[in-house]
Design a binder for this molecule. Structure first.
Ligand SMILES: C[S@@+](CC[C@H](N)C(=O)[O-])C[C@H]1O[C@@H](n2cnc3c(N)ncnc32)[C@H](O)[C@@H]1O
Length: 211
């Protein structure tokens, strides 16, 4: 996964140029800043910073993290809000945050790449870095026939996989899950409060508060 996204970095944002997704993207971008107004936000797997630009607009502080320097180099070259800091960090451990605490978190197109069996531990790791009352937003793809890359395989744990081709011709099998509302909310764990799910044809967004 990490290697695939390092190799894909330069062509990653093509996914945001699909004509049939434009109206939904504009709506998600417009509504994102209000979740984080005045907050100290930890962004997981920021990639090229597509959502950073929008989400961080009114934040007090926004730490955008990703494992890959290749994707973050593209984010760093963008005109980002002054509140944004970029740092290389493994989402699964969040080692390197020291004592930093946050009152909000955002992850775009990350949940879908976390194996189902790893989700509870990953959410616990994230929640441990957040203060009670923290606001969390996950945003990801809904499976849309004719627009999404077809699913080629499912494993025994219920993960689904796609075969993706990069412009150099290399083919990569990528884990990509498409949870339904009830499944995603059930996976949030005991500390999640007031989950708000919204879905359109190509995207879902799940916002909640931490007890
Ligand atoms: C689907 S992209 C999402 C990028 C961005 N959030 C967006 O929505 O456009 C997934 C990102 O996860 C990053 N990644 C892969 N493994 C990671 C890990 N263990 N920790 C942090 N980031 C990781 C990749 O470098 C890639 O930028």
């Amino acid at each position: 996964m990490a290697v695939y996204y390092a190799r894909r970095a330069a062509e990653y944002e093509r996914i945001y140029h699909k004509p049939e997704r434009q109206a939904e993207l504009r709506a998600l971008e417009t509504t994102l800043p209000a979740f984080f107004s005045g907050r100290r936000v930890l962004e997981i797997a920021c990639g090229t910073g597509w959502w950073t630009v929008h989400g961080a607009r009114d934040a007090a502080h926004w730490l955008a993290t990703d494992l890959n320097p290749e994707t973050m180099a593209i984010a760093r070259a963008k005109p980002l809000p002054a509140s944004v800091e970029l740092r290389s960090l493994d989402a699964y451990t969040l080692a390197g945050l020291d004592g930093e605490r946050f009152d909000a978190a955002f992850a775009g197109h990350w949940w879908s790449h976390v194996p189902r069996a790893r989700l509870p531990a990953w959410l616990d790791t994230l929640h441990a870095r957040l203060e009670p009352g923290a606001r969390i937003v996950m945003l990801d793809n809904a499976y849309a026939e004719g627009s999404s890359t077809p699913i080629t395989r499912r494993d025994a744990e219920g993960n689904s996989y796609q075969q993706r081709t990069l412009s150099d011709g290399s083919i990569h099998e990528v884990l990509k899950n498409f949870p339904e509302r009830d499944e995603a909310i059930a996976q949030l764990g005991a500390r999640a409060r007031d989950p708000q799910w919204s879905a359109t044809r190509h995207y879902w967004r799940l916002a909640y508060t931490l007890a």
